[in-house]
Design a protein around this ligand. Structure first.
Ligand code: ZN
Length: 58
């Protein structure tokens, strides 16, 4: 079994992708950046030819 990795900055348990989820951690800014990039990617993918549907679904 793989042992959960821990953040080298705060010792918080990392998520399955290796990102620290401790909001008080100095490394959390990288997690946020990563999340923002991921969100931008998925929203771009959604906007690609699917923009009309998101209006209709509300
Ligand atoms: Zn941390």
């Amino acid at each position: 079994m793989a042992r959960a990795k821990r953040c080298p900055f705060c010792g918080h348990k990392l998520d399955e992708e290796g990102w620290c989820r401790n909001k008080d951690c100095a490394d959390y800014i990288r997690t946020q950046t990563h999340d923002a990039e991921k969100a931008a990617e998925s929203s771009m993918a959604k906007a690609d030819g699917d923009s009309a549907q998101s209006d209709a679904s509300k």
